[in-house]
Write a protein that binds this ligand. Structure first.
Ligand code: ADP
Length: 244
């Protein structure tokens, strides 16, 4: 797989849903460096998922712009953005084998059969699931299914991988295991990762930098050490200090 990261620039992005008193995302600006592991951290309802889904193209922007390597992606449909996406629920095709699930995005892009087989092998290797290629998703544990979802999301070498609480449905042991897998994938791929979580321990463990969300705004952006040692607001100090 290639080792190339792409930069993402979010400029003054706001999202107003009809009927809400305040914007779900309120004038957010953030620059994510090529190859960076960026985490959106904050309590439920703070706008993390809305921000991620605007990057993915699932939700439209009310105002502002989002650029990848300087190109404004706001007008592009999700499948034209070349971004990998993984959600809390794995959303694998239940009737397709693991290998076929991973092959699917490559077939959609019209890749030749022999090239697909090599790419699928490489992706299975990346998530250590070589032995599971012919199994159906229901024959795998939750953690394994999520690893398949990760493999499928990066197999076509997207410009970045976006993950929304990908460990949220797993028990503690599997969560710790998959956290290590995701950290290793990030090191090996050198890809830009954006990770959404409400769990500060997860954020502090995985991230190069963390953007702390509160009521649709970013309270502070910094490395785990910067946030922990120099929280800019009481909210950041309290949120990072909480244990859950
Ligand atoms: P988080 O991911 O931090 O939990 P969300 O981005 O899901 O937060 O939600 C931010 C706010 O936007 C919340 O008040 C939520 O209820 C609202 N919201 C999210 N999606 C929609 C939608 N499709 N329609 C209306 N309101 C929404």
């Amino acid at each position: 797989m290639n080792k190339s990261g792409h930069g993402i620039t979010i400029s003054s992005v706001t999202k107003v849903f009809g009927g809400l008193q305040r914007p779900a995302v309120d004038n957010v600006s953030l620059t994510i460096a090529p190859g960076e592991f960026m985490t959106f951290l904050g309590p439920s309802g703070s706008g993390k998922t809305t921000m991620l889904s605007m990057i993915a193209g699932i939700t439209s922007l009310t105002t502002g712009s989002i650029c990848v390597d300087g190109q404004d992606i706001s007008p592009l449909k999700p499948h034209k953005r070349n971004l990998g996406v993984v959600f809390q629920q794995y959303a694998l095709f239940p009737h397709m084998s693991v290998a076929k699930n991973i092959a699917y995005p490559l077939q959609q892009r019209g890749m030749a059969k022999k090239d697909i087989a090599a790419k699928v092998d490489e992706a299975l290797e990346l998530v250590h699931l070589r032995d599971c290629a012919d199994r159906l998703p229901r024959q795998l544990s939750g953690g394994q299914q999520q690893r398949v979802a990760l493999a499928r999301a990066v197999v076509y070498q997207p410009r970045a991988l976006l993950m929304d609480e990908p460990l949220g449905a797993l028990d503690k042991r599997l969560r710790d295991q998959l956290q290590r897998e995701i950290a290793r994938m990030h090191r090996e791929l050198g890809m830009t990762f954006i990770f959404v979580t409400h769990d500060q321990h997860e954020a502090l463990t995985l991230s190069d930098r963390i953007a702390v969300f509160n009521e649709g705004r970013i309270e502070q952006v910094g490395t785990p050490a910067e946030l922990y040692e120099h929280p800019a607001t009481l909210f950041v100090a309290q949120f990072l200090g909480e244990s859950n």
